[in-house]
Every structure is written in structure tokens, then in C-alpha cells.
Design a protein around this ligand. Structure first.
Ligand code: PHB
Length: 390
């Protein structure tokens, strides 16, 4: 920035540098949040869901918190290129002077942005990506989604207790998939089960057919599946077409597979399938009913999925950070205000752990059932307050 191109923003920055609080104060009305999401590309459903949930929260709760009106700057990182996410984060911080970063649809994208948050001392709220290690990559990261072990271990435990003695794992071959594969094997083996094969499917342009053929040949009692949000329909279609159910293989998985965004279109083959996850649109609570209504106001034809829940809770977390700091711009103060925060989310009771900055939450075992002509994940068991790094 040169003296010739001083903008209102530039003047504010100069005033701040000179320590002129009245001018700085006048400039501090708006609190800008850089929301980086895959709005196009193979994971665009995640972007659509989170954006709608963020807008639903702001319509429901107003746009001012702690005396600051929040402004969302949405950027599309297309979902598959970490260098794009990193560049967008950098631009948002340097040029747009955002005071919080949020979104982050996939693990590699969150990891790419982490050093920017550290350097700029800006809170980074991970609303989607779910590999365990993410919050350890920057002291400015807070997370409102979940971790793969958090969902996977209760699933493995349930399987071992419900007649599944042998299982094959099939996960997408990148960080969250490997996290799930490891967690499943650890828990299932500890509970007396045996993992007979570990299959990894490609992240880009996956064809599940050859992998499912191998599962059929191995004939395990259970198949544990993790694929990222949006991919479940393709897997379950192939599962049905290969006749795996008839061959006696019971599909189980994290709730990513039976994602509410696409569940209703998966049809009869998924009925009865059991998964473990932190959010179902069928969750029976006042908070969830309010969320569903607010979401409908923004996206009348969509059903919110777990990504939407992460977005809604992520903007709630930022709102609380602003309230508790009296609308501070100071990243360290904002993060400190988030540590240990508890609230009742549409998914149930949650806490941002002070030590990990990650989310502790209830996990639910659910069965896909048809109710009033639509398919829902119906929760039938709860594992209370599961730690993120279980
Ligand atoms: C991730 O990349 O961390 C990720 C993406 C989608 C999911 C879960 C994890 O459904």
C-alpha cells in the first residue's frame, strides 16, 4: 500500500499503527470473516451446505455480536487444490483484513491454510475437515465438525457387539480415510473382531466396483466404509449392484456414507444400514427443529447434513467469541474465549475442549429407516461426550 492509494481501510491501518484509538474504533464496526469452501468441483455439496447453514444462523440470530456486525466474504477453493486454499486465505487476511477464517471442506485444504492462521494470528474455524491432527497444526485452529476416530470407534464397538466378527475396511485413500481405517482396526480388534483386508479407494474419480468385487470374494461378515461427504450414493449403488447384501456382507460406516444431503435418493438398498455419527437431520430436539426451520428459510429444497451442522456451529462459535471479548479483533483473545465453551447444538451438547481446541460431542448409532415416505438416519443409541482424540 502506498500513500497515493490510501483507502478507508488504509487510513484505519495507519491510525492503528499510530495508536489513535478513536479512528481505529470507528473502523472496527464490521468484523469480516473469510469463508473458504468448495463451491464448485466434486465436493460442491459441502460448500452449498455450509454456506446455507452460515446464512441461516445469521438470519436467525441477527448479524451483530459483541457490538460488531459480521460480514461474510465467501471464496470458492474448488475443493481439490491446497495451494488455492492457501492463496485465498492469504489474500483474505492481507488484502481484505478478515479477522477470522472459516470453512475448510477437506483435510488437505485445512492443512494448507494452517500456517496462514498462525502467521496472521487469526482464528481459523474448521467447519468440515475431520482428520484428527488438524487442530495441532496451528494454535489458532478451532474445530466444529468431528474427528474420524470419534465416529469410527463407536461404530467398531457396536459391530463387535452385534454379531460381526470379521470385517473388511474400505476407505478413501487420504488422511481422514487412513484415520478411520486405523481407528476401526484398533477398536474392532480390541473388542475381539478381526479385520481381514484393508482397502483404499482413490480420492479422485473413484470406481468402487473392483474394490467391492474383492470384498465379495473375501466374504467378511461386515464391511466398514468411509468416503467423504457426497460420495456415499456411488458406493452404495455399487454395493447393491454387486449383490453384497445377498452374499451376507453387512455394510456399516461413519455417517459420511449416508449423508443427509443425498440419503433420501439412495433408495431401498440402504434401508437398515447402521452408521455412527454426530448429526442426523432426524435428531429429535428443539434446537434441531429450530435449525431445520432456519435452514429451510435459506435452502427450501435441501435437507441439512452434518456439514451444515458444522457450519452452523462454527458461526455460533465465532458469535460467542465476539460476545465474550466485547467484539475484539485480537486473535489470541478470540481463541482464548472459545476454549472450554459449551452449548447445545442442533446435534446435541458440545464443548470446545480447552486443551485440544477440538470438539467433544455425543455420538449416535443410527439405522436408515423410511418414515413418512422419506429415508432418515434414526438414532437408537448414544455414546455420550466422546473426546475428539479418542
Ligand atoms: C476431510 O477431508 O477431512 C473430510 C471430508 C469429508 C468428510 C469427512 C472428512 O465427509
Amino acid at each position: 500500500m502506498t500513500h497515493l492509494t490510501l483507502t478507508r481501510r488504509g487510513l484505519g491501518a495507519v491510525a492503528l499503527a499510530l495508536g489513535a484509538p478513536s479512528v481505529a474504533r470507528a473502523q472496527s464496526g464490521v468484523f469480516r470473516i473469510g469463508l473458504i469452501l468448495p463451491m464448485t468441483g466434486p465436493f460442491a455439496s459441502t460448500g452449498r451446505q455450509i454456506e446455507a447453514a452460515v446464512r441461516a444462523y445469521l438470519r436467525q440470530h441477527g448479524e451483530s455480536f459483541g457490538g460488531r456486525r459480521v460480514e461474510i466474504l465467501l471464496r470458492d477453493d474448488t475443493g481439490t487444490q491446497p495451494d488455492v486454499t492457501r492463496r485465498l486465505a492469504q489474500e483474505l487476511v492481507v488484502r481484505e483484513r478478515v479477522k477470522a477464517l472459516a470453512g475448510f471442506g477437506l483435510t488437505p485444504l485445512a492443512l494448507a491454510a494452517a500456517p496462514i492462521a498462525t502467521e496472521a494470528k487469526v482464528p481459523m474455524v474448521v467447519m468440515a475437515a475431520a482428520t484428527s491432527i488438524i487442530p495441532s497444526r496451528s494454535p489458532f485452529i478451532l474445530r466444529t465438525s468431528f474427528t474420524l476416530p470419534q465416529a469410527t470407534k463407536p461404530m467398531a464397538q457396536w459391530a463387535a457387539r452385534n454379531g460381526i466378527r470379521s470385517a473388511v475396511t474400505m476407505v478413501t485413500d487420504y488422511a481422514p480415510g487412513l484415520d478411520a481405517e486405523k481407528a476401526f482396526k484398533e477398536q474392532f480388534t480390541a473388542d475381539g473382531g478381526q479385520v481381514t483386508a484393508e482397502l483404499r479407494t482413490p480420492l479422485r474419480n473413484p470406481d468402487y466396483a473392483p474394490f467391492l468385487q474383492r470384498v465379495r470374494d473375501a466374504a467378511p461378515q461386515g464391511l466398514f466404509i468411509f468416503v467423504p461427504s457426497g460420495e456415499g450414493a456411488a458406493v452404495m449403488k455399487q454395493f447393491a449392484e454387486r449383490g453384497l447384501a445377498q452374499a451376507g456382507v453387512r455394510p456399516i460406516g461413519t455417517g459420511d456414507v449416508l449423508d443427509d444431503d443425498i440419503l433420501n435418493d439412495m433408495g431401498d438398498p440402504v434401508l437398515g444400514m447402521v452408521t455412527a455419527h454426530h448429526y442426523s437431520a432426524a435428531h429429535d430436539s428443539a434446537e434441531n427443529r429450530a435449525f431445520l426451520e432456519a435452514f429451510r428459510g435459506i435452502a427450501p429444497n435441501a435437507r441439512p447434513n452434518f456439514m451444515a451442522a458444522g457450519g452452523y456451529d462454527g458461526v455460533h462459535l465465532i458469535a460467542e467469541m465476539l460476545k465474550r471479548t466485547g467484539g475484539s479483533d485480537d486473535g489470541e483473545k478470540l481463541v482464548a474465549a472459545a476454549k472450554g465453551l459449551s452449548w447445545t447444538s442442533p446435534r446435541g451438547p458440545v464443548t470446545i475442549e480447552a486443551d485440544t481446541r477440538d470438539i467433544r460431542q455425543d455420538m449416535y448409532i443410527r439405522r436408515a429407516e423410511r418414515r413418512d415416505g422419506q429415508i432418515w438416519n434414526i438414532e437408537f443409541d448414544t455414546i455420550a461426550q466422546v473426546r475428539p482424540n479418542i
